[in-house]
Write a protein that binds this ligand. Structure first.
Ligand SMILES: Nc1ncnc2c1ncn2[C@@H]1O[C@H](COP(=O)(O)OP(=O)(O)OP(=O)(O)O)[C@@H](O)[C@H]1O
Length: 330
């Protein structure tokens, strides 16, 4: 089943090609759309909502053609825009009720759905105060609530973590995950931050310069490596020597020993070496790739490469064009 399908979708402005023959199928669940600033994420969302015409190609949302059925799509889809668009002198409750009424809900249902939705996004007493006094995190929550209030089948969230500090980002990403798990609503969420989509999404679509770079499940992106990370309570150097003497290739990275996995016996050898030394085994796990690493240039030994080797949720995609050439991330 497909919630969004595009076929050779292009959008050309006089001076720039924002989308370039993009063909992708997006299935139910949470899908992260990642790309640098200017990659074409917002343009794609506007076309999917039927708000901007494509130059060529076609797209369907929930089986409806974006070129002919924009109004039908917008009835079934919620949209959280990237930029601040909230009137400062009305309260969250007044605003979300208004948006619910615009979507066709009768007055009582609009008030009830508004109360439920604002509670779901974590706004309580403050929902009666004018939004001009809200923090960025509260404004993002209102924008998410208005996208959900008419009980859509799909929501398109454009950079919902923009302007939030790390704790605020974590809260917002948790909320987004629950939109799908609690209500079964499919989500397309955009970001220029690779790390945060890795934790939130079932699928990842990467675009660069309007072109599709890669689309796959998050687990395919983060497939396991041939490395075993071993953490012990103490005596790491002695353990390293023991493993090397046993014929394994291993190196120490901070508290961790990274052991090359030759075959299944590697696990037994590590277990026996730890037991022989009488130290505590904190963890032993096969390492997974981080998405950011996949876009790093292995030959790049500069500061960028260091960031890519230790990606954080802040890891951002580099300038447009950089990803396609295998350049590293910031
Ligand atoms: N109305 C427009 N007229 C001309 N060019 C546009 C227009 N809208 C977008 N663009 C250009 O199209 C390209 C893609 O823009 P888009 O906003 O879709 O990117 P994005 O991935 O959403 O990035 P950002 O997160 O910075 O918004 C950019 O080069 C942008 O300058």
């Amino acid at each position: 089943m497909t919630v969004i399908a595009t076929e050779s979708l292009s959008k050309r402005y006089p001076r720039v090609t924002a989308l370039d023959r993009l063909t992708v199928d997006i299935t139910p669940g949470v899908t992260g759309l990642v790309g640098a600033n200017g990659a074409g994420k917002s343009t794609l969302i506007k076309i999917l909502l039927g708000l901007a015409p494509a130059t060529e190609g076609r797209a369907t949302v929930l089986g409806r053609d974006v070129a002919t059925d924009g109004a039908g799509i917008r009835a079934l889809v919620g949209y959280m825009p990237e930029h601040d668009c909230l009137p400062p002198d009305v309260s969250a409750t007044e605003f979300v009720v208004h948006m619910a009424r615009m979507s066709g809900l009768p007055p009582t249902a609009a008030r009830e759905r508004t109360a439920d939705t604002l509670r779901h996004v974590g706004l309580y007493e403050e929902r009666y105060r004018p939004m001009g006094g809200y923090s960025t995190g509260m404004k993002q929550r209102v924008k998410l609530a208005q996208a959900l209030v008419h009980d859509p089948q799909l929501v398109l969230l454009d950079e919902p973590t923009n302007g939030l500090d790390p704790a605020g980002r974590d809260d917002m990403l948790g909320l987004i995950r629950r939109v799908h798990t609690d209500f079964g609503i499919s989500v397309l969420v955009t970001s220029h931050l690779l790390g945060e989509l890795e934790r939130t999404s079932d699928h990842i679509v990467v675009i660069d310069g309007g072109k599709l770079l890669r689309a796959s499940s998050t687990s395919d992106f983060t497939q396991t490596t041939g490395s075993l990370a071993v953490e012990v309570t103490d005596r790491e150097s002695e353990l390293l020597a023991t493993l090397t003497a046993a014929g394994l290739t291993a190196q120490r990275t901070g508290h961790l020993l990274m052991v090359d996995i030759g075959d299944d016996e590697t696990y037994d050898t590590v277990r026996d070496a730890v037991a022989g030394l009488g130290v505590g085994l904190v963890r032993m796990e096969q390492r997974r790739h981080r998405i950011a690493e996949l876009f790093a240039d292995p030959d790049d030994t500069g500061a960028d490469a260091t960031a890519a080797a230790h990606p954080t949720p802040d890891t951002a995609v580099a300038a447009p064009g950089a990803m396609g050439t295998g350049r590293s991330v910031r």
